[in-house]
Ligand binder design. Structure first.
Ligand code: ADP
Length: 378
């Protein structure tokens, strides 16, 4: 009988697991938040991932539960594990991707390189950190942030007053994370797959380009990365996957500093935007690898298929925008580009698809990918 994977969350990451599941003969079921979501074509249920009964019912007849996002609450995860459901990544690993203070604390214990940081409860504590770090710092809400929401560069402690006020009503301890403002030369991402029985595979480290707090494009592998940089990134990825007991795909977002250090920014325990290039540019895509890992099947080869791959995100424009015409135009003009669409209605800034081009020459590949994606710009 086919193995069955249940994915909680109906976004594009769940959607992109569907094709490799079909190819591998794995039955995939999705618990989507509502009808008409990106992964609704594999949805067998719609409901609230924060509701224990909904998630338990969904998990009844699958071999493993995994995730499209990290927001499933710990009490729901505990109920799944208590009910004998295989959950990958498990709650103990996942808590480090749910709360940035929990993550920073544990990474410090593991001796991972990080920006200076502190957990602060009030304006006075924040001011002490600012004074010790040249008067500027980055404040983050520990939970629930994404695409730069919940991240603020500040020059005075009072600039976080509204967040402290909101946290006063929070049940998670009411602290903010503050970090040194890292002088980075670029951002990198290291992906690693780990299966429950322990086998680990590292993908090549990639460069991620962010615009307005959102990933704009990914260059794979990271251009001009020294062997030392690539090795250290892979070692960090493997050490975190093993140290935290991560199962499935792990992405470690890194800063490369102007003095060539790597510092961990944050973690994602699922397929990640920095790994979309692997669908077309690697022997084993991150989506196939995630399925293999959570089912404890042998992992695939993470090697690139071509010297270079460039992935450019397609962000939505006005809601009235007819994307179908644009996709067709991009395919017409750039037959070598792999165009991926998420089946999502456009909204300004919303990720609605991506384009990947692979080849021998980085400049050519980047030009082609950006030109194909430019069909979606106004
Ligand atoms: P999110 O959870 O919203 O993705 P991140 O913690 O990854 O938030 O931060 C979003 C972006 O903000 C990062 O990609 C980086 O560009 C910038 N950033 C975050 N932390 C720092 C820092 N300590 N120093 C400098 N820039 C930072």
């Amino acid at each position: 009988m086919a193995l069955r994977v249940g994915v909680v969350g109906g976004g594009q990451l769940a959607r992109m697991m569907i094709a490799p599941a079909v190819e591998l003969g794995i039955e995939i079921r999705v618990l989507a938040e509502e009808a008409g979501m990106s992964a609704s074509l594999a949805a067998t249920a719609e409901g609230d991932y924060r509701d224990v009964d909904t998630v338990l019912a969904f998990a009844q007849d699958v071999d493993v539960v995994t995730f499209d996002h990290e927001h499933v609450p710990q009490d729901v995860l505990a109920a799944l594990v208590g009910g004998g459901v295989a959950v990958h990544p498990g709650p103990d690993a996942l808590r480090h991707a749910q709360d940035k203070i929990v993550m920073r604390t544990r990474l410090a214990e593991l001796g991972m390189p990080q920006p200076d940081w502190a957990a602060v409860s009030n304006t006075d504590e924040l001011q002490v950190f600012l004074d010790a770090h040249g008067g500027r710092a980055v404040v983050k809400t520990p939970r629930g942030g994404y695409d730069g929401k919940g991240v603020r560069v500040i020059g005075a402690a009072t600039e976080a007053d509204d967040w402290f006020a909101a946290l006063a009503e929070d049940t998670h301890g009411g602290r903010l994370l503050v970090e040194e403002l890292v002088d980075f030369s670029r951002e990198l991402a290291q992906q690693v797959a780990r299966r429950p029985s322990g086998d680990v595979r590292a993908y090549p480290v990639v460069e991620t380009v962010q615009r307005g707090g959102v990933c704009a494009e990914v260059l794979a592998p990271a251009p001009h990365a020294s062997i030392r940089c690539s090795d250290v990134a892979a070692q960090i990825g493997v050490a975190i996957a093993e140290g935290l007991g991560v199962t499935g795909m792990l992405a470690v977002e890194l800063f490369e500093t102007t003095d060539e250090r790597l510092l961990v920014n944050e973690l994602a325990m699922r397929p990640h935007n920095s790994g979309h290039w692997t669908q077309d540019g690697a022997v084993t895509s991150q989506f196939e690898q995630h399925l293999r890992a959570v089912l404890d099947l042998p992992l695939g080869d993470p090697s690139p298929r071509a010297p270079w791959s460039v992935m450019v995100n397609i962000l939505g424009g006005p809601e009235s925008d007819a994307l179908d015409d644009r996709f067709a135009a991009a395919m017409e003009a750039h037959p070598a580009a792999k165009v991926h669409t998420y089946g999502k209605a456009p909204r300004p800034g919303r990720k609605v698809g991506h384009v990947t081009v692979s080849g021998d020459d980085l400049d050519d590949v980047a030009y082609e990918a950006r030109a194909a994606a430019s069909h979606f710009l106004d």
